[in-house]
Design a protein around this ligand. Structure first.
Ligand SMILES: Nc1ncnc2c1ncn2[C@@H]1O[C@H](COP(=O)(O)OP(=O)(O)OP(=O)(O)O)[C@@H](O)[C@H]1O
Length: 238
């Protein structure tokens, strides 16, 4: 199977060292690590937003064509323009000028999945932080790219919307797309991601299924916490 993302030896001076990673259709990959570990740096380097050594397969596409291959949700959620939720989500479809009549149906389905239908005609600056975060995720998903790079898609979301977002990204993966998402909620990541990649001080130190990666020693050493599995749930303690 051809990867949707292949990065090799990506380095950013002092921040990221020789990161090598492939993401395949069907994967929802959680990129986890402490604050300052290099997660955002890795996403930005992979998509070409910051200069980096090494290679990323996404950079082989011309800039204008890149949105058809990858959608990006930035960590910053600021939107100051007075435009409506519906208009912001429709911006995601600009990547597909030839896409035709299913645009509105896809946008509406995503608005519904993220519990945003009732906000469709509201102005973005008039939303709460969590509502705005969901709208920007909806915009990225509306793009319909095979790969989503999402920087903390669950940040600022309440518990039910965090779970729904994680399930949605898992469903996108089951439908043959893929997501690489930075996440701080380790029980949520362990429950819904198909694979976890751990980054520590700019280095990828583990990569595998949640059960493989979240060994007690790694959780203690990298995160300073204890994480134990109880059936499908995970209990996090200091
Ligand atoms: N523009 C920059 N110039 C120099 N150093 C930077 C810059 N942006 C980030 N850094 C540093 O690079 C390191 C990695 O930052 P990065 O934002 O990738 O971490 P992160 O793992 O995403 O953290 P968080 O979980 O806090 O979002 C940090 O030590 C950070 O201070």
């Amino acid at each position: 199977m051809k990867p949707l993302l292949s990065i090799e030896n990506i380095s950013v001076a002092g921040r990221l060292f020789d990161a090598t990673l492939q993401i395949f259709p069907g994967e929802f990959v959680g990129l986890i690590g402490p604050n300052g570990a290099g997660k955002t740096t890795l996403l930005r380097a992979a998509i070409g937003m910051i200069p980096a050594g090494g290679t990323s397969s996404l950079l082989a596409h011309k800039i204008a064509a890149r949105p058809r291959h990858v959608a990006y949700l930035a960590q910053e959620r600021e939107v100051v323009w007075p435009i409506s939720v519906r208009e912001v989500v429709a911006l995601g479809r600009r990547a597909h000028p030839d896409c035709g009549g299913d645009d509105q149906a896809r946008a509406d389905a995503i608005l519904q999945a993220l519990d945003l239908s009732e906000f469709a005609n509201r102005q973005i600056p008039d939303l709460s932080g969590g509502e705005r975060a969901r709208v920007l995720l909806a915009r990225a998903l509306a793009q319909g790219a095979p790969l989503l790079l999402a920087d903390e898609p669950c940040a600022a979301l309440d518990p039910i919307h965090s779970i729904r977002t994680a399930k949605l990204l898992r469903d996108e993966a089951l439908a043959g797309r893929a997501a690489l998402a930075t996440l701080h909620d380790l029980p949520l990541a362990a429950r819904w991601c198909t694979r976890l990649v751990v980054i520590e001080r700019g280095v990828i130190v583990a990569d595998g299924t949640p059960d493989q990666v979240l060994a007690p020693e790694l959780c203690r050493r990298v995160f300073g916490i204890s994480l134990t599995r109880h059936g499908q749930s995970w209990l996090l303690e200091e």
